[in-house]
Design a protein around this ligand. Sequence first.
Ligand SMILES: [Zn+2]
Ligand SMILES: [Zn+2]
Length: 181
Amino acid sequence: MSASWHCCACSHRPALSEQALSPGLPARECAECNGHWVCLDDHRRWVESGAPQAEPAELVEHWLPDLASPARACPQCDRIMERLRTGRQPDVRIDRCVHCHAVWLDGGEWAALQFHEARLDEVLSDMWQRQLREAEQLERREDLVRQRHGDACIDEVLRIQAWLQQQAEPGVVLNLIRNGW
Ligand SMILES: [Zn+2]
Ligand SMILES: [Zn+2]
């Protein structure tokens, strides 16, 4: 174990101990907050080895992520980690250290990801993160048009859009709506 390891950032700042996150997946654990630091290369090897997925934990049912927690420093290099959304409900947000190629999972997050069959490497991938950002932008645009035109109007737009897609010639039908005949 490297002497440069930092303590967990939780209240009593205990040292991290080596503790497998799942059988065959090494990690470092804070016994106090039940958080885990996981090297993404170890995770990749664990996935590639076909290690069995952990059974869904009952605690996931009532577990809620702590969305208000401040940005966290990486326990290995002390740099501030980036926090990435996973797009999974509950809203699991994962702290990643790009420098160490590792993540910090708050207590309960690993179980929640396992429960929802969300693979860590997939939800952290550039493609997944880009899709999440695009979905967020789309939501924001919908919020704006709803503010401007009202929910009743936008709901009707969505209904007509869905109806148009069911038509054999949606382009022709749309022209009829716009220009008549
Ligand atoms: Zn801790
Ligand atoms: Zn780091």
